[in-house]
Design a protein around this ligand. Sequence first.
Ligand code: SF4
Length: 275
Amino acid sequence: MLVTEQKKAYWEYQYRLGKEYIIPLLSDWGVSLSEKKVLDIGCAEGGVLCSFADLGVEGYGIELSSSRLLIAKEMARKHHIPTIHFIIADINRDYFEEIYTGIGLNDSPGPIEKIYPRAAQLALFAATVGPELVKTISDLFAKGDFAFANHLDAAASSGTDLISHVLEAQFKADLIRQGRANQQTVVMAYSPGYCGWHVSGQKRLFEFLRPERIGVSLRESFLMEPLKSVSGVLIAGLREIHQFAPTYYVCEQCTTRDCQERMRKLSEKSCCDRE
Ligand code: SF4
C-alpha cells in the first residue's frame, strides 16, 4: 500500500516519541527492557513499537482502525519487523458444530462442546508470524549460529502463543464496535489439538477459513505450515461460560492444565469488575 508523506511523518513522530522520550523515561525509572515483551494497546501506525523493536524488544500492537493497522504493517515490514498475518471470520453455531464434530475423533464429553452452545458469538481464526521468520531461524541453524537461532525460535514460539490473546482482544473490540458485545464480554480462543478437540478438526476448519490466503497451509499430519501458526475458534460470551471444573476424561491426561490459569485470571477480573 502507498503510505503518504504525511503518514510517514506522523510515524516518524511516534518513532521518535518512543526512542527519545518513552524508552529513556523507562530507563530513568529503572525499568529494564531486557527480555521483556511490550504490548501497545492502540498502537496507531506502530512507530512507538518499532522504536522498542529496534532494541530487540518483542512488541505487539493492537489497533482498532484497520487503515492505521495497514500502515503499521507496511512500516513494520520496511523496518524488517515481522508482523502477524491473520484472518478472523464469523461463524454461526450450527456451522461451527459441524466443523467441531469433524471426522468424529473428539473426546466427548469435553469442555469445548459445553462452552460453544452457550456462546453469544463465534469466529474462526488462523494466524501466523509468517514464513520469513521461520526461514530466518532455519538459516541461522544451517549457519551454525545455534544460540541466536534457539533464542529466536523460542521468541517466535512464545509470540505465536500470544497471538491468540491478541486476536481475542481484536475480536472483542470488533464486536463492541459493531454493538454486538460490551466490555463485560469475555472472548477466549480454543484450538484443535487441545481440550478434547481432535487435531484432525483442522481439516474442516481450513476448508471453511481457507488460511492459504495468508500463507498458512495444512500438512497431512494436520500440522500447520509455517509451524509458527495458530488456528481455532474465538468464543465470545458471558464470563461464566468459560469457567468449569476440569474433570473431563481428557483432563486426566492433560499436562499443561492451561485452563486453570485462564480461569484464575477470569476470577481476578470478576472481583475487579465488582469494585
Ligand atoms: S485440564 Fe487441560 S484438557 Fe482439561 S480443560 Fe484444562 S487445559 Fe483443557
